[in-house]
Design a binder for this molecule. Structure first.
Ligand SMILES: [Zn+2]
Length: 308
């Protein structure tokens, strides 16, 4: 446990970690993050806490061995306090009220050769239709992180996702950062966060008669303790992070995405892809599914991975 804590604290101190989840084309990724994608698979921006507020922790890249050995959920006591406040990353677990917070999940059980495929939909239609065709042809179900705006713009595709047995995750209405970390804007209030979640859920209910609860995927992967408390209060018990980022959003080629995803395969891994045309994730998907099957993996939704 102490090794995990040290590694995550180091990650939290590394405020420059890239935010992988780029669903909205209108909000560009930080240039520094694009220029230097970390070598590890997992690059969610875990914290908005400035590095200066945790001076005792060395700034290092997340160790890949650590990444591959983590268990099903990260320790919520290791998250920073509300952004802008004094960092509280080392607060003893006993002082926390765990039930008030959603569970942050970046992988499932490592006991079986099972992985989850998740796709974020927040920009254009992109390859969504092709992705659905591939999943249908290969007999694979997946999770889709859905913004309310995307749902409203693409009701036919949302309807298909539900009809074909896929699983939905609330990716907010507008894909704005809840903490402001990746967008340079102010953190959203609890009320604004609740509206983002509710508007999306209402759109999904109205269009497809489905729910996104209890799964929340934070835009850009931006989270802090206030976010996981706020989403829990709205009925989102699981903050859906990921193990393996395809890097498609970062301009990786189809072949590069495929190689990266197959190299990073591990029992319990959660993959994050994007449906938008800015990423070659859709074209890479058939090769990824075939390659994972050759390695003996079953694929499915995040919900299936966590509750087989
Ligand atoms: Zn996104």
């Amino acid at each position: 446990m102490s090794g995990r804590r040290v590694a995550l604290l180091a990650a939290l101190a590394g405020g420059a970690l890239a935010a992988a989840c780029q669903g909205a084309a209108s909000v560009p990724e930080p240039e520094a993050a694009r220029a230097t994608p970390p070598p590890t698979a997992y690059i969610g921006a875990l914290a908005a806490t400035p590095a200066a507020s945790v001076p005792s922790v060395a700034l290092v890249a997340v160790d890949v061995t650590y990444e591959m050995s983590r268990t099903a959920s990260m320790d919520l006591a290791e998250l920073p306090a509300r952004s802008g406040g004094v960092a509280a990353v080392a607060t003893p677990r006993a002082a926390r009220v765990a039930s008030a917070r959603a569970r942050m999940v970046d992988r499932g059980p490592a006991t079986e050769r099972r992985v989850a495929l998740t796709f974020d939909a927040g920009a254009d239609r992109g390859y969504a239709e092709q992705i659905l065709d591939t999943l249908r042809d290969k007999g694979v179900r997946a999770s889709f992180g859905m913004t309310g705006q995307w749902a409203e713009a693409n009701p036919d595709l949302l309807g298909r996702m539900v009809a074909e047995g896929h699983h939905l995750i609330n990716h907010t209405q507008t894909h704005d950062s809840f903490t402001g970390f990746s967008t340079g804007r102010a953190a959203k209030s609890s009320e604004a966060r609740a509206r983002e979640l509710a508007t999306t859920e209402q759109a999904v209910q109205r269009i497809a008669g489905a729910t996104t609860k209890p799964y929340f995927r934070p835009p850009y992967g931006d989270i802090d303790t206030s976010v996981i408390e706020d989403v829990r209060a709205q009925g989102y018990d699981i903050v859906a992070m990921w193990t393996v980022d395809s890097q498609g959003w970062n301009g990786l080629s189809r072949a590069g995405i495929e190689a990266r995803c197959l190299r990073a395969a591990a029992p319990g891994a959660v993959y994050v892809f994007h449906v938008g045309s800015a990423a070659q994730d859709g074209p890479a998907l058939p090769g990824i599914i075939e390659g994972l099957r050759k390695q003996g993996y079953q694929m499915g939704t995040l919900d299936w991975l966590l509750h087989p």
